[in-house]
Write a new protein. Structure first.
Length: 401
């Protein structure tokens, strides 16, 4: 062959070389294409929405709790829960997850289809109404819907938000505001300041960008309602009525358990403030870390987020047990990252986190509940039913003899 090739005319050599390069390119493209198919396995499955479930028929006289603590773990699916349960630090210890009487799930879809965002989902959870992406506190036609906090405040409850995200982020906003877009930071801030909420603990982010007010203006808006605590976090003495308070931090200042303060510490502070009075309360606690970590497929950040959630839930469950008459509901707004908790058999039984996506997925998510009223959550299948039940568990003034 070599001898034969040597005798080829120059133009034939060029043709031979070109054919060879083209053939190699084709083989390469074939392999890349195949590898891509293997990696993403696209399969078009038609979304087939069933009829919206009926609003749940509640027991005629449900056991109504005095206090409601609602924990939203942004982005946490069943694989995140599996990872939490498989990686407990103390061997043989009872986990917080095992302490819930009701262990159920819900489907997080929005009116847009199988996927949701934190705006649509938090609106469903806070108001009991399904809606479109990005919407805060309104139905899909743009009508404002009363949220849990508004129903609670109207009936004499104190209310509070503790989040490790920024204070106008979609999840807290759905409990405080009504606007067509979660990006309307200034509108959300102003409606928060005009709301009846008593506690607002969280971060600020992207100040001065994309319509978000600068720091000075943000604080001016918040100070219209709240006494802003300094870093010492000393609570005001006044009781009856509680002075509305806020604790405001910079972006990612509340990130994990090493942060000073962190989500468990702020939750403890909120509970001690709310129990200065004998007034019933509803408190919404949000951990954003699983969503943030899962969008980046950052496994370490997710594991740290799980630890924050477990420590916060543990103190909430302890509080509920000591205080009594407190309903604790835990859920996620959607799953993020298509995470799987797997293993590497070379390192067995150590766990490995595998990611399928950097977005929200259509997975169903955990729904856990404990305390008076928890049995109402057993038959939930859609996110908005949770909001309906929570609103129905508020003791209304006219029902008090
Ligand atoms: Zn997200």
């Amino acid at each position: 062959m070599a001898h034969h090739a040597k005798n080829l005319k120059p133009w034939k050599k060029v043709a031979f070389g070109t054919t060879l390069i083209l053939a190699l390119l084709l083989v390469g493209i074939f392999y890349i294409f195949n590898w891509k198919i293997a990696k993403t396995s696209p399969a078009d499955i038609e979304f087939a929405p069933q009829a919206e479930s009926q609003a749940l028929q509640l027991d005629s006289i449900p056991a109504k709790p005095k206090n409601i603590i609602f924990f939203i773990a942004d982005g946490m699916g069943f694989s995140h829960l599996s990872l939490a349960m498989m990686s407990q630090e103390e061997t043989g210890a009872t986990s917080v997850w095992q302490q819930f009487d009701v262990r159920a799930w819900h489907d997080t879809r929005s009116t847009y289809g199988p996927i949701t965002d934190s705006g649509a989902s938090a609106t469903a959870l806070a108001t009991g109404t399904p809606t479109f992406f990005d919407v805060i506190g309104m139905d899909a036609d743009g009508n404002s819907v009363a949220n849990l906090f508004e129903v609670a405040s109207a009936n004499g409850y104190n209310t509070g938000i503790v989040t490790d995200s920024y204070v106008w982020d979609a999840t807290p906003a759905a409990f405080l505001a009504h606007t067509k877009s979660r990006d309307n930071a200034e509108v959300i801030l102003k409606q928060t300041a005009a709301s009846e909420v008593d506690i607002l603990f969280g971060e600020l982010e992207d100040l001065g960008q994309g319509g978000i007010p600068e720091l000075e203006e943000t604080m001016e808006i918040l100070e219209q309602r709240f006494q802003v605590l300094d870093k010492s976090l000393v609570l005001p003495d006044q009781k009856y009525p509680l002075l509305p308070i806020a604790a405001i931090y910079e972006e990612d200042e509340l990130q994990d358990l090493e942060s000073q303060p962190n989500l468990p510490k702020l939750t403890t502070l909120a509970l001690s403030y709310l129990t200065k009075e004998d007034t019933p309360f509803t408190l919404m606690v949000e951990c954003e870390e699983i969503d943030s970590g899962s969008h980046r497929n950052d496994s370490k950040r997710v594991v740290k987020g799980i630890k924050v959630i477990e420590e916060t839930l543990s103190l909430i469950l302890d509080f509920a047990e000591k205080n009594g008459n407190t309903l604790v509901v835990f859920t996620a707004d959607h799953e993020t990252g298509g995470m799987a908790a797997g293993v590497d058999f070379d390192e067995y039984p150590n766990m490995q986190i595998i990611w399928a996506s950097q977005d929200h997925t259509a997975s169903v998510v955990p729904l856990l509940a404990n305390g008076p009223g928890s049995e109402e959550f057993i038959n939930v299948d859609r996110n908005w039913q949770i909001g309906q039940i929570l609103k129905s568990l508020i003791v209304t003034k006219d029902s008090i003899p």
